[in-house]
Design a protein around this ligand. Structure first.
Ligand SMILES: [Zn+2]
Length: 316
C-alpha cells in the first residue's frame, strides 16, 4: 500500500493498486482508501464508492471485497473503488452526518472546494473519482438506526439517454425494487446531472453486516459490471423487479420516542396509521400517517427521534 498525496489516481494496465489518498480538509487530513484495477482489455472506466455514510457496513464490506477480488486479467476497462469514502464518519460511527461537520455528505454533491468540510470532501470525491468515469455505482444501506428492504435508485435528470442507462444499470443489478428518482445533492444525482449514468444501491442496515447481505450486495454490483461488459458473463433477467416512481419520506415534526406500527416490506394504504412519536411518559406528540399507497422501503428503528429526522419512506 502506497500513500497518495496528489489528486490524480494513477492506473496501470493489468494491475491492482491500493493507495490511501490524503485529502486536506479544514486544517486536517482525511484518509481516502482507493483501489484501482486496470484491465488488460479495453473498456470504460467505472467508479464504485461505499461508505459515503460511515456506518453502512454491508456496502463498505462488499465494496472492499469487490475491489480486492476483481482479476485485472478478466477486466475490460478500469475500475476505481473507494470502499470507505468518508473514513471520518466510519471511525466516529457517525449516523447521517459526515463527522466533519453537521452535514449529510450525500446531500453535498457535486461539492465545493471552498465550502464547508463536507462539501470539500464531496468535491474531491466528485472530481477525482466520479467525474473521470463513464459510469458510477454508489453502494449504501440502511444507516445504524435504519432497517430497509433492498432497493436501488436510478436518478432521472431529464437527459433521456443518461436516464435510460441509469435505469438499465438498476435493472441489471437484480435488486428487486427500483426507485426512478433521486435526492438533491446525492452522489448519483450529481453524477447523472454531469452526464454519467449512475445508480445508488441500498442493502442491509442497522449497523450489522451479515455475510449473505454482503454477498448479495457484491453480486448486484458484479451484475452491473457484467452488463457494462467490464467483466465477462451473462446477466440473466431479474425476476419480480418492480419500479417505483414515487419515493415519499415521512419526517418527525418533534423530538420524542418513535413507536412504529409497521415493518419494512409492508404494503400500506394512503392515510393508514404507521406509528407515533410520544413524549417521555407515552403521551402522543405526532401521529404518522401514510401520504400515499405504497411499500415501506426503509424504517428508522431508533427509539430516540429528533425533529426533522426521517422516520420512514414509501415506494409507490
Ligand atoms: Zn447511505
Amino acid at each position: 500500500m502506497t500513500e497518495l498525496t496528489v489528486t490524480k489516481i494513477p492506473i496501470k494496465r493489468g494491475q491492482r493498486i491500493t493507495q490511501v489518498a490524503r485529502v486536506p480538509i479544514a486544517g486536517a487530513t482525511v484518509e481516502v482508501p482507493v483501489i484501482t484495477i486496470g484491465g488488460v482489455h479495453d473498456g470504460p472506466r467505472v467508479a464504485v464508492t461505499g461508505g459515503i455514510h460511515g456506518a453502512e457496513y454491508v456496502a463498505i464490506e462488499a465494496a472492499r471485497r469487490l475491489g480486492m477480488s476483481i482479476d485485472p486479467q478478466e477486466l475490460s476497462g478500469t475500475l476505481v473503488v473507494v470502499p470507505i469514502s468518508n473514513t471520518t464518519a466510519f471511525f466516529s460511527r457517525s449516523i447521517y452526518t459526515s463527522g466533519l461537520d453537521t452535514n449529510n455528505l450525500n446531500r453535498m454533491f457535486p461539492g465545493d472546494a471552498q465550502g464547508a468540510p463536507s462539501q470539500v470532501l464531496a468535491g474531491w470525491l466528485f472530481r477525482t473519482i466520479i467525474q473521470p468515469s463513464q459510469y458510477y455505482i454508489d453502494m449504501h444501506g440502511g444507516d445504524m438506526i435504519e432497517a430497509l428492504v433492498p432497493f436501488v435508485l436510478a436518478p432521472q435528470t431529464g437527459n433521456a439517454e443518461v436516464d435510460a442507462l441509469s435505469l438499465a444499470m438498476a435493472e441489471a443489478s437484480g435488486i428487486e425494487r427500483i426507485i426512478a428518482g433521486d435526492v438533491a445533492g446525492s452522489t448519483s444525482g450529481a453524477a447523472a446531472a454531469a452526464g454519467i449514468p449512475s445508480i445508488l444501491a441500498e442493502v442491509g442496515g442497522q449497523g450489522v453486516w451479515r455475510e449473505e447481505e454482503v454477498a448479495a450486495h457484491l453480486e448486484s454490483t458484479l451484475r452491473v459490471l457484467r452488463r457494462l461488459s467490464l467483466l465477462p458473463g451473462d446477466v440473466p433477467a431479474a425476476l419480480d423487479q418492480r419500479t417505483y416512481r414515487t419515493f415519499a419520506w415521512m419526517r418527525a415534526e418533534t423530538r420524542g420516542l418513535f413507536h412504529p406500527s409497521v415493518r419494512v416490506g409492508e404494503q400500506v394504504r394512503d392515510g393508514q396509521h404507521l406509528g407515533q412519536i410520544v413524549d417521555y411518559f407515552g403521551n402522543p406528540l405526532q401521529s404518522v400517517n401514510a401520504v400515499t399507497d405504497g411499500e415501506v422501503v426503509f424504517l428508522v428503528t431508533s427509539l430516540a427521534i429528533n425533529a426533522g429526522d426521517p422516520l420512514l419512506a414509501l415506494g409507490a
